[in-house]
Design a protein around this ligand. Structure first.
Ligand code: ZN
Length: 153
């Protein structure tokens, strides 16, 4: 009986996060050529050379103040540069998955608001990412300080 309840709860969680996860469809053209798709812990993990290019694009380099991101979370979808990046970032990214499960469709608004507030407080743009409450929680789960070689979103 509890297994049926667990399945219903999981389905409801997936539906709650779906308004965020659906944005991963925008990356579908980047997730075909030489791509790797895998489901781990109820989360779809995708890597590809085109996603690697995307994660290192000027849009993410500006946000990270460095080389872009190794991985990113979009609801129940994780994208990463490659399998090694995915493995290195999984703990961090799964914290973001849990955050999406808490906030649902409000997650993008909450994340952007937290980032803008952090940047405003620090009076510097890099704080949008580094001092963002959601990122601090994810880094804390890793049990260490942020490392510049493993920046993630
Ligand atoms: Zn992050």
């Amino acid at each position: 009986m509890s297994s049926a309840i667990d399945r219903i709860a999981k389905l409801l969680t997936v539906l709650w996060v779906a308004p965020v996860s659906v944005f991963a469809l925008l990356l579908l053209p980047l997730a075909v050529w030489r791509a790797s798709w895998r489901v781990t812990g109820g989360v779809l993990e995708i890597t590809s050379p085109a996603l690697s290019w995307f994660l290192q694009g000027p849009w993410f380099r500006a946000m990270s103040g460095g080389a872009g991101f190794a991985a990113a979370t979009i609801g129940h979808v994780l994208v990463a540069r490659n399998r090694t990046s995915m493995d290195n970032c999984r703990v961090h990214e799964h914290v973001h998955v849990r955050q999406c499960e808490r906030w649902g469709a409000l997650m993008p608004l909450a994340y952007v608001s937290a980032g803008l507030y952090a940047a405003w407080r620090a009076r510097r743009w890099s704080a949008y990412y580094w001092d963002n409450w959601f990122e601090r929680e994810a880094r804390a789960a890793e049990g260490g300080a942020p490392r510049s070689d493993k920046r993630r979103f």
